[in-house]
Design a protein around this ligand. Structure first.
Ligand SMILES: C[S@@+](CC[C@H](N)C(=O)[O-])C[C@H]1O[C@@H](n2cnc3c(N)ncnc32)[C@H](O)[C@@H]1O
Length: 315
């Protein structure tokens, strides 16, 4: 971690003197910390927080109940078959230029599932997420899996705290549909990405038919209110073009979802089976809603359309 502090400070365009001022830590202590010399927890906490990093003092985590619950959640997310899809991750990895020696941003990293695959090749992976809990999980899993080149960063995709031309590649999986403003995020990605560098977006897309798209988005909002909107492929492509990225490659595939697993992932309790019954009604009446909705043997299944878009950043 210490070796990365100088990088992070520079990336936030701060001199040691400025960092000393905003963190309220003596400049000599900052210098010692950047050189890997042990400093007090109090100072370390102040420095990391001034750099926008969540400080976790593992020696103080003694509440076993919290720990069990935290581990359980991390494992649940990691083990969800919709997140932990080796094939789709490998597809993502193989689509990129070789990551060897590259500086990569994983935007909306979640627990860092994609980051850890990329980190096997890249020099550094900055795993950025807006959620404190996710950042903590990444940190825990980094230690568990002995990854030293994944840097968890708490931040907002709409306002990236990195200097211009900092990254060789940006990847983002299943995050775009959470964003309030995809265009603003693309502008930020453009700024922090080097010229001719690549951005890989993987996300769920809807049917091209308005009514089907609206229904898909409505079902998803009931299940997980943090979702903003799944885009249609044409909408996504249009936005990418408007923000001056060159669309190099597009792959589309479908992933099967079983209703029970799908709601569990978002911890949604479908009390009274309200959502289930609405979707079942469509299914038994042969309305597939652009997602191959089906009902049989008490099970509701459907297929979500996924897209992988690789674009080149031309400034
Ligand atoms: C469905 S998860 C995907 C996680 C990971 N990319 C993966 O594929 O396993 C979406 C993640 O995006 C994060 N997120 C949502 N809005 C964000 C924002 N504005 N800035 C950064 N991260 C955000 C969420 O906290 C969540 O961890």
């Amino acid at each position: 971690m210490h070796g990365k502090i100088t990088n992070l400070r520079k990336c936030r365009k701060l001199t040691q003197k400025e960092l000393a001022k905003i963190s309220d830590v003596n400049i000599k202590t900052i210098n010692r910390y950047e050189n890997g010399i042990k400093i007090s927890f109090r100072s370390e906490k102040k420095i990391l927080e001034a750099l926008g990093i969540e400080f976790i003092n593992y020696r103080n985590i003694n509440n076993e109940r919290n720990k069990v619950s935290f581990d359980k959640q991390a494992e649940e997310y990691e083990e969800s078959k919709y997140i932990n899809q080796k094939n789709s991750i490998l597809q993502l990895i193989n689509k990129g230029y070789p990551y060897t020696g590259k500086k990569v941003l994983d935007l909306g990293a979640g627990t860092g599932f994609v980051s850890r695959e990329i980190a096997k090749f890249a020099e550094e992976v900055y795993a950025l997420d807006i959620s404190d809990l996710m950042i903590k999980k990444i940190d825990v899993l980094n230690k568990k899996n002995n990854f030293k080149n994944i840097i968890p960063v708490k931040g907002d995709a709409h306002n990236l705290n990195f200097e211009d031309n900092f990254f060789d590649t940006v990847i983002t999986r299943l995050t775009f549909h959470h964003l309030k403003d995809v265009k603003k995020t693309l502008r930020e990605i453009k700024r922090v990405l080097k010229n001719f560098a690549e951005l890989i977006i993987v996300d769920i897309i809807t049917s091209e038919k308005d009514e089907e798209a609206d229904l898909q988005n409505s079902f998803d909002k009931i299940r997980d209110f943090s979702h903003n909107k799944f885009l249609k492929l044409n909408e996504l492509k249009k936005i990418i073009k408007e923000e001056n990225f060159y669309n190099a490659e597009t792959d589309i595939w479908k992933e099967e979802r079983v209703f029970e697993d799908w709601i569990k992932l978002a911890k949604y309790k479908d009390e009274g089976g309200v959502l289930f019954n609405i979707m079942k009604y469509f299914a038994i009446n042969g309305l597939k809603l652009g997602i191959d909705l089906e009902y049989g043997e008490s099970e509701l299944t459907f297929k979500q359309k996924m897209v992988l878009i690789k674009v080149i950043n031309i400034k």
